[in-house]
Design a protein around this ligand. Sequence first.
Ligand code: AMP
Ligand code: FES
Ligand code: ZN
Length: 250
Amino acid sequence: MRCAKCGATAVIGMRQHRLNLCAEHFVAWVPDMVARTIDKYAMFAPNERILVAVSGGKDSLALWDILIRQGYETEGVYINLGIDHEGYSDASEDKVRAFAEEHGSVPFRVVNVGEVYGKTVPDLAHTRRGKRVCSVCGLVKRHIMNRVASEGGYAAIATGHNLDDEAATLLGNTLHWQSAYLLRQAPVLPETHPRLARKVKPLCHLYERETAAYALLRGIDYVEEECPYAVKAKSIVYKGLLNQLEHRSP
Ligand code: AMP
Ligand code: FES
Ligand code: ZN
């Protein structure tokens, strides 16, 4: 397998683009793809300040890396949910902190849910019986992101959702006739209120394996574990089904 740009040995083949690239050309191609996505959906302008929601995983750290390299003024926000299982939340926070330091101490803040709300996310879910941890977690994260963006006067909140995430959500919402959610799923959610910032997903055209390869080739150290509450989550089943379909018809 040869790189389409230089003929060197390719490290990745992207069947959907009929494109094979070497490491050097792949790490240049990914930010180009992201820049085109930002442009295509008018996500934000070069002079706008962006709040990047970083979880410590490959996608959001790759996103932050790309935006920093492209010269955007960013701040990272990590929400420590207080998930204890194998030190998941604290280990993720360490990865984000190390990334920020390695990138010339880019601005970065941590919001600790246990400290701010007096209860961690698993505790909050316990006290509201019948609520799954993941849905409480989603609510808390949205609330905090909006608050931080509004206080800091950020134009947009960028998250690391990739194409696999978006496709799995789409499939799930379709199977469950969640028409309200279907209407709201888009690369850009415009601000609906002065205190609810625009939400953007600049990685929405990249496959998960591409963001993983980018993080690996850039030497980004990320948390590989899934959230312990997500392991059985349906989205993983949907991703599996979509991968089977993709295998048959890229
Ligand atoms: P997930 O819902 O875990 O697939 O995460 C989707 C996106 O939400 C990630 O790519 C991040 O941009 C953001 N995100 C998830 N968890 C956190 C967190 N604990 N702190 C900040 N951002 C997060
Ligand atoms: Fe929210 Fe797992 S990340 S429950
Ligand atoms: Zn090449």
